[in-house]
Design a protein around this ligand. Structure first.
Ligand code: NAD
Length: 362
């Protein structure tokens, strides 16, 4: 848990949050090796010259290799080949996760969806969708459906890595999540402002925080909406200033150099997370506000969430039975299914009956 300083603001390196998740991955990879299993394989598809996408691909490979996961980057010269490469990877039983580096077609006209990139996002199999952005996971998030296999509830829906990283960072900050409350209510009573409403960052993040019980203002360049109790309300009378002044958690993701969130809007004891690759806030002024916790970068946790999602896909859809049996046996965090409870109860009855028969015979 990150500590606050009540006399001034504190700046937090998100690496401390990433470390615990990456350590857990390393432990699981080690356990697989003991079983003679190969670690999960993530395939990256890169078909653009965008330096940010190339950097992200490079980082992903480095982090995966450092933590013992397998990563294979497949570069394609022509964007038109991405769909075939994606279908190949979807159908390949050796592949456990797929990440496509966007933009590929950008906003180019498409007959298959709102854009060709949206169509590609929806074409990733949910069994390999490490980014949690395909139609199934997206719609489940917006409907607040957390599991794929109701009512057994053993298979969790995957969540988008960047938004999930912000949730994990907020969870680690003081005065945010109340872990004594039940799932879905841990942010009850909190107001959050998310300045960004893109498909990969602000929109899923606002939904996730609202699904955890917060009132969330979703601010973008043209409009403001409030997410509350699973519903989206337009807020024509609110301004970015009125939203931030009501909030104790503020997330900024404005992709421009000149944007600066006015620090006089920010309350003491707030949590401020900057997702953008630009500094959206004057750090020096912010850190003068008592009790503020400021997280300037989330990239390290995003990569940790990518690895965690890969491991989840592997365990839910690809792992051989013997690995799962041992993992379930060794891990206290895995949930036992109702079937395993039934099996245990059944075994107990049979054993008692055998014992009773033997006593009677004597
Ligand atoms: P995007 O361009 O798709 O979306 C930007 C959003 O910000 C839009 O909703 C837009 O309306 C809003 N916006 C722009 N100017 C605004 C303003 N003045 N006031 C209010 N809202 C405004 O970008 P994106 O993909 O969401 O990325 C946003 C930033 O986050 C980028 O800097 C990107 O590099 C960074 N990012 C970081 C990570 C990570 O893990 N570290 C991951 C994804 C994106």
């Amino acid at each position: 848990m990150i500590e606050a300083d009540l006399t001034k603001g504190v700046k937090v390196n998100a690496g401390v949050v990433a470390k615990s998740f990456r350590d857990e991955i390393k432990e699981k990879v080690e356990a697989m090796k003991q079983e003679g299993l190969e670690p999960p394989l993530l395939v990256g598809l890169l078909a653009n010259k965008d330096p940010a996408a190339r950097k992200y691909a490079e980082w992903t490979g480095k982090a995966c290799r450092a933590d013992g996961l397998r990563y294979e980057l497949r570069t394609l010269d022509d964007p038109i080949d991405v769909e075939a490469a994606l279908i190949d990877a979807n159908d390949d039983p050796r592949v456990h996760g797929i990440i496509v580096y966007y933009p590929i077609f950008g906003q180019e006209e498409s007959f298959s969806g709102a854009s060709q990139d949206d169509y590609l996002r929806d074409s990733v199999s949910h069994k390999c969708d490490v980014e949690g952005l395909c139609h199934l996971y997206r719609t489940n998030l917006y409907r607040n459906v957390r599991y794929l296999d109701y009512p057994t509830n053993n298979q969790k829906c995957l969540l988008p890595c960047t938004a999930l990283s912000v949730v994990k960072i907020i969870e680690a900050c003081p005065r945010t999540y109340d872990m004594t409350k039940p799932v879905g209510r841990k942010l009850e009573g909190k107001t959050v402002t998310v300045i960004n409403r893109s498909e990969i960052v602000g929109r899923p993040l606002a939904a996730m925080l609202a699904n955890d019980g917060a009132v969330v203002y979703s601010v973008d360049i043209n409009s403001i909406y409030m997410f509350k109790d699973g519903r989206l309300h337009p807020c024509p009378d609110e301004t970015p200033e009125s939203c931030v002044r009501k909030s104790s958690i503020i997330v900024t993701g404005v992709p421009t150099k000149n944007y600066k969130l006015p620090t006089e809007w920010i309350n003491p004891n707030s949590t401020v997370v900057n997702v953008a690759s630009f500094k959206n806030v004057d750090e020096e002024a912010l850190l003068k506000i008592p009790g503020v916790v400021y997280v300037p970068l989330v990239g390290k946790v995003t990569v940790a969430m990518l690895e965690r999602n890969l491991m989840r896909l592997y365990e839910q859809f690809h792992a051989p039975h013997r690995y799962l049996k041992n993992a379930y046996h060794n891990s206290s965090t895995m949930v036992s299914s109702p079937w395993s409870f039934r099996l245990q109860a059944y075994s107990a009855v049979v054993l008692t009956a055998i014992l009773a028969l033997q006593i009677l015979k004597k």
